[in-house]
Design a protein around this ligand. Structure first.
Ligand code: NAD
Ligand code: MG
Length: 376
């Protein structure tokens, strides 16, 4: 059972103003205990909770109870944990279970879990009955600061990650930061890489704040709520400017071109590398590449790396367990990235901390020279 929220514990609200798709994100410790009231306010009669077996065992019963106490009919659909669950097979299972639970157009699908559950359940909600409303109850740091905000949902195809999906905004996001107390430390660190990313993109003051307050974020103090809320504000601002990723939503990919290549090389084997670890290495590479190109100071690149090392994240190609392959494999991995246009690479580069920009048409030869320099 989740502990009831202390009456004086503050809840931070982040509003995402998307016209008729606008919604609120609530951030605070103990929100799960009062999820019934907040979800019942959406006016549904029934809810299907989609969760994975790790998270379901910890929090599924508490959420179902909270809903039933408010008169909602609640059912739980449990999937296996892990990236492999973002599949056609799981989509079929979840859609059929949603229909079996008699979820109607006015009802809800609730994603209770990390980004895997959020992406899968969100996509099922987008397509079941041609679209039912859904609520995100993100339980990993990554999902609280990134995947639960913005409306991208989907599954993986044999052609690549996240290639089949839909934009489907949630009706509500409840980020209960107390749930992160049970998150494995490695997943916590990986999610934290995405928190730091928001500072590096366009908010140097937030990066300073992270350097000063990261211990509170990990320990679960009020700093954790602040970090989650600030990340949601930052992501929401980008999403509101560019809901369907036609323009500067690409800035959110800072560190991801290198990161995705590393994930590909390590075959998405989470024993070797999880997404946020790839992003941590990727952000350091993006800053060092920027310094290599004379765009930003070497001091800024060093400062980024120092902070990520301090929290225990990998920062170098040499940190990848089992090796990162060769420079050619890395370049191949990047060339497969969907951000590649007409042979030239698109990178998010930086003129300094908080001064990132989209750089199109970066020549492969420059990337190769930089990578050779990195591993020399
Ligand atoms: P995940 O969903 O696999 O969760 C990580 C692990 O932590 C899982 O084993 C899970 O069972 C466990 N877990 C989650 N919450 C827990 C808790 N409170 N206590 C104990 N264990 C817990 O991974 P993730 O990092 O949350 O999400 C990664 C996924 O998110 C990827 O598939 C990625 O593509 C996707 N993503 C989507 C978007 C988007 O905009 N839609 C953005 C970023 C990432
Ligand atoms: Mg990411």
């Amino acid at each position: 059972m989740a502990a009831a929220r202390a009456p004086d514990a503050p809840v931070i609200t982040v509003h995402v103003p998307l016209g008729d798709r606008a919604y609120d994100i609530f951030v605070g410790r103990g929100l799960l205990g009062e999820a019934g009231a907040r979800i019942a306010a959406l006016g549904a009669r029934a809810a299907a909770i989609v969760t994975d077996s790790n998270v379901g065992a910890l929090y599924g019963g508490a959420l179902a109870d909270a809903l039933q106490q408010r008169g909602l009919r609640a059912s739980i659909i449990t999937v296996a944990p892990g990236e492999a669950t973002k599949s056609y097979a799981s989509l079929e299972t979840v859609c059929d279970a949603v229909l079996e639970a008699r979820i109607e157009r006015g009802d809800l699908v609730i994603a209770l879990g990390g980004g895997v559950v959020g992406d899968l359940a969100g996509f099922a909600a987008a397509v079941a009955r041609r679209g039912v409303r859904f609520v995100q109850v993100p339980t990993s740091l990554l999902s609280q600061v990134d995947s639960s905000v913005g409306g991208k949902t989907g599954i993986n195809s044999r052609h690549g990650k996240n290639l089949v999906g839909a934009f489907h905004q949630p009706s509500l996001v409840l980020a209960d930061t107390a749930l992160l107390d049970t998150l494995p430390i490695r997943e916590m660190r990986a999610g934290y890489a995405e928190v730091v990313k928001y500072g590096l993109i366009d908010d140097a003051g937030f990066f300073d704040w992270c350097e000063a307050n990261w211990q509170g974020v990990f320990a679960g103090g009020p700093e954790r709520n602040e970090a989650v809320a600030q990340s949601c504000r930052a992501k929401a601002a980008v999403v509101v400017r560019d809901e369907r990723e036609e323009g500067d939503r690409a800035l959110l990919n800072l560190g991801h071109t290198f990161g995705h290549a590393l994930e590909r090389i390590t075959r998405y084997d989470s024993a070797r590398l999880v997404h946020g670890e790839g992003v941590a290495i990727g952000m350091c590479l993006a800053f060092r590449f920027s310094a290599f190109l004379g765009l930003c100071s070497a001091d800024d690149a060093t400062r980024v790396e120092r902070h990520l090392v301090t929290v225990g994240l990998p920062t170098r190609l040499q940190d990848v367990p089992g090796g990162f392959g060769t420079v050619d494999e890395l370049l191949d991995g990047m060339a497969q990235d969907k951000k590649v246009k007409a042979g030239a690479l698109t990178f998010i580069l930086a003129r300094g901390i908080g001064q990132s920009f989209v750089a199109h048409g970066i020549e492969i030869a420059k990337v190769r020279a930089f990578l050779n320099h990195e591993i020399a």
